[in-house]
Ligand binder design. Structure first.
Ligand code: APR
Length: 317
């Protein structure tokens, strides 16, 4: 049986980290595409040269030719520009809008059967544009945001409770922006919901509120520290979890940006909700029951995404 083929569109900070993780986890062979093909080829060669040390055989190549992504099983898109200090993800709209058209065309032409994971920001509108322009089925085009936001939330909760991150589950829904919705009621330590832990005296509501705010600003905190560019280790790890769920038909329950088709009473745009990812792509969209204030926050987040889609349409790209 041939190895799986994974194409990475964008060979920047996230692209390089993705390739390295794919090698270390032996998920398949890698083709990295970039408008700077030398960067893609150089990173591919460098990572492949770590294979003998780490014991992986993944073949890696870099290219500036879309034909090289032919018949890829999985495609992860990071092409575009990252944030700089002072910028919101939404500020990237004009810069990255044009990029998605080119990427969609390449995917449609050479790998229409791939499972596509978009990371480029502003995420919810970029993944929507990618699906619309490529014409791939919506269950095969997803956005990576919720896994990352939930991972940040899990880390901060684990630090607060002084327990292993492995025993913390967390839930972040909505758009991947300032309006994202971390749901404490569905976040637990070994199955005990966070509000119960507050009642048990493990922490205070004020501390949980601060963690929720830090989670929502998780990307911005890193942009400020890095001064040039945005987070890449955790975003790459999050996308790899999604790719692995597809390639291994794991049927993992992960928060992802997906096209809603009547779920939550909404349709025709992408937003973060819990889904089952398996060998068919998005196999199920899970509709959680919201409390009134949670519903309000989710609706506000959806409205922000819808507005950005309207802004995108006005660009006419
Ligand atoms: N086609 C292919 N690659 C492109 C294109 C394009 N049209 N335009 C830019 N690129 C490449 C750049 O040359 C660069 O190598 O995309 C890569 C982006 O890498 P970085 O600048 O290092 O950005 P990164 O940190 O990887 O983030 C990429 O993901 O999380 C989001 O907000 C982030 O939108 C940003 C994206």
């Amino acid at each position: 049986m041939a190895r799986k083929k994974i194409a990475l569109i964008g060979a920047g900070n996230i692209g390089g980290t993705l390739a390295h993780l794919i090698g270390l986890k032996e998920l398949g062979d890698v083709v990295m595409f970039d408008v700077f093909p030398g960067v893609a080829a150089g990173k591919a060669l460098d990572i492949m040269q770590s294979g003998p040390v780490d014991g992986f055989d993944s073949a890696m190549a870099g290219t500036g030719d879309y034909a090289a992504i032919k018949d890829a099983d999985v495609i992860i898109v990071t092409a575009g520009f990252p944030r700089m200090p002072g910028m919101s993800r939404d500020d990237l709209l004009t810069k990255n809008a044009g990029v998605m058209g080119q990427v969609a065309e390449g995917i449609k032409t050479y790998a229409p059967n791939a499972f596509v994971i978009c990371i480029t920001n502003p995420l919810d509108v970029m993944v929507w544009a990618l699906q619309q322009k490529s014409g791939l089925p919506a269950n095969k085009v997803v956005g990576m945001a919720g896994v990352l936001d939930s991972s940040r939330f899990r880390l901060f909760l684990a630090q607060e409770f002084n327990v292993s991150v492995e025993d913390v589950t967390a839930f972040v829904l909505g758009g991947h922006g300032d309006t994202m919705v971390p749901l404490t009621r569905y976040s637990t330590v070994a199955g005990i919901p966070v509000p119960d832990l507050v009642k048990m005296g493990w922490t205070t509501q004020e501390k949980i509120d601060a963690i929720v705010a830090r989670t929502a600003n998780g990307g911005g905190e890193i942009v400020k520290l890095l001064e040039k560019g945005s987070a890449f280790y955790a975003p790459a790890a999050s996308a790899i979890a999604m790719a692995e769920a597809y390639l291994k038909d794991k049927k993992r329950v992960l928060p992802c940006a997906v096209m809603l088709n009547g779920e939550y009473g909404l349709r025709d745009f992408y937003v973060g909700v819990p889904v089952v990812i398996g060998g068919s792509g998005v196999e199920k969209i899970i509709e959680v029951q919201f409390l009134p204030e949670e519903k309000k926050a989710f609706d506000a987040s959806c409205d922000a995404v819808k507005k950005l889609i309207e802004d995108f349409k006005k660009l006419g790209v």
